[in-house]
Design a protein around this ligand. Structure first.
Ligand code: SF4
Length: 127
């Protein structure tokens, strides 16, 4: 039997959850204690069996009034794919104008997410 201490990230309460489990692929959860609500139990199941993450970063926009535009994922991706997704995003260079919500990548690294712009960028004035 193995054990882990997890901190639920579903809401700001951040419950500490103690998990006893049997190793395997996926591991078999024997007991999980500390979650104050059912959403925490569901999150533990997901975290133990198929951990996923989402993140924000930025992409280059040569010629924009800002040289970088912030972007985010629309869905969490498998933890094992985070680095690959980041590498694909790093290769992107965009041209202005860009609007919040513009999709700049679909299914990066074979995942089911899109990458969208979270900041408007217009062309830099040349005077
Ligand atoms: S277990 Fe429930 S109350 Fe606790 S952090 Fe997770 S979602 Fe919030």
């Amino acid at each position: 039997m193995s054990e882990r201490e997890l901190v639920c990230v579903v809401c700001p309460n951040g419950c500490s959850i103690h998990v006893d489990y049997e190793d395997g692929n996926p591991p078999r959860i024997v007991r999980a204690e500390g979650a104050r609500c059912p959403r925490g139990k569901a999150w533990v199941q997901q975290e133990m069996e198929d951990p996923r993450r989402t993140f924000s970063t930025s992409v280059l926009v040569p010629g924009g009034d800002f040289l970088e535009a912030s972007v985010r994922l629309t869905k969490p991706v498998p933890l094992s794919k985070v680095f690959d997704v980041m590498e694909e995003i790093k290769k992107v260079k965009l041209k202005p104008p860009l609007e919040i919500g513009d999709v700049i990548l679909t299914n990066p690294a074979g995942t089911e997410t899109e990458v969208v712009i979270t900041r408007n960028v217009i062309a830099r004035r040349t005077s």
